[in-house]
Design a protein around this ligand. Structure first.
Ligand code: MRU
Length: 372
């Protein structure tokens, strides 16, 4: 998508130096647009853990590029000593960075299979680069297709609204910043906006890290999409008053039975949507489906992050980054990163292959190659 009128992906190989990966460092948005250069798998692991990059799709692609950087370093060693061990070790290091998004292990496993096809370290390195770029390109195409399928939902609603804007509510950032381009939840919104269909987005701020107010609001602004930032707790009220036509969120991991892990607070929005007959959709590429997990609430690991993220809040003041205290220092705080929205609260899943219901039968009918 565009930043200051110029097209950007979220991560790419440096054009004049293939040993370096460049990425948008999201910690500084929306106030500063910073591009970070990553030289090693250690730096990439840090970038994922410390959320310079975040969001399911982007975490997966970053890990794939991290594996490529590990391969680059391993090839540079005398007589390529222990190439496979070094790459395996990198895989473990990257897998340990964040627990909830399944795209992370999915991309790493895919890289390991691809690297194993090479006969020499040099060949393995070539394959690692090719696979990382391929995963990134596929992510772009899948998100584009999610946009096309989701657009039909917005068009149906628009027909009934006689020219008034379609109001979509989203939570967290499942925008292009969480992927490589287009985003998942935002892809139908961008498709609608670009096609001239009036659309307005309620952006839930998403405490404690504020991915909604800092990231989603920024990328919608850059693209010129009408939006309003709201406190997380305002969504139910808006739904009760007919101000929300449709909820679209992303997911970090969805079970093959349709249970959805997404940023903390999503479940409450799904409950409010059900109570008010507002359709609640989840947009996701198939790389976010966990084909092994059946019960989201029991099986999906929920990341617990630092209490400081809840007790403090960061922002910008007079051009500099500041962090201020909100809660008493003596108070304990809990910071659960994600929650599970059970399948019965989900109206449908918008995937790159079309829209299905959040249940095993419907998901496997779109992805028969994964059926048991
Ligand atoms: O903790 P984050 O920012 O990596 O959280 C991930 C998310 O952005 C959300 O949960 C999002 O809605 C799904 S990821 C496409």
């Amino acid at each position: 998508m565009k930043v200051g009128g110029r097209h950007f992906r979220t991560i790419w190989v440096k054009p004049d130096d293939e040993d370096v990966v460049q990425l948008i460092d999201q910690r500084f948005l929306p106030y500063r647009f910073v591009i970070e250069e990553v030289h090693s798998v250690e730096q990439m692991a840090d970038a994922i853990r410390e959320m310079h990059v975040r969001g399911a799709g982007l975490i997966g692609v970053s890990a794939a590029f991290g594996m490529y950087l590990a391969a680059t370093a391993a090839v540079g060693r005398p007589a390529n000593a222990g190439f496979d061990d070094r790459v395996d070790c990198a895989a473990e290091q990257l897998k340990a960075t964040r627990p909830t998004a399944v795209n992370l292990s999915w991309a790493i496993e895919r890289q390991l299979r691809s690297i194993a096809d090479g006969k020499t370290p040099e060949e393995k390195l070539t394959l690692a680069l090719r696979t990382a770029k391929m995963i990134a390109d596929e992510d772009v195409e899948q998100c584009r297709m999610i946009g096309q399928h989701g657009l039909k939902l917005l068009e149906q609603i628009a027909q009934k609204k006689q020219g008034r804007a379609v109001n979509v509510l989203t939570h967290c950032n499942a925008g292009w910043l969480a992927f490589i381009d287009y985003g998942s939840a935002t892809a139908p919104i961008y498709a609608a906006h670009d096609g001239g269909l009036p659309v307005h987005v309620w952006v839930s701020e998403t405490r404690p890290r504020n991915q909604g107010s800092k990231l989603t609001a920024w990328e919608l602004s850059e693209h010129g999409v009408a939006h309003t930032v709201i406190a997380d707790s305002a969504a139910g009220h808006l739904m009760q008053h007919g101000e929300v036509d449709l909820v679209i969120v992303g997911t970090d991991r969805t079970t093959y039975t349709g249970d959805v892990a997404n940023k903390i607070g999503t479940y409450l929005k799904a409950l409010a949507a059900r109570d008010n007959n507002v359709p609640f959709y989840v947009a996701l590429p198939s790389s976010s489906i966990d084909w092994k997990m059946r019960d989201g609430r029991k099986e999906i690991p929920i990341e617990q992050r630092s209490a400081e993220e809840v007790k403090h809040i960061g922002g910008w003041l007079d051009g500099r980054e500041v962090e201020v205290h909100l809660a008493p220092e003596a108070s304990a705080a809990a910071n659960l990163g994600f929650d599970i929205t059970p399948r019965h609260l989900v109206t449908g899943l918008i995937t790159e292959r079309g829209i299905c219901q959040a249940n095993e039968k419907s998901i496997f009918s779109l992805f028969p190659e994964h059926a048991p």
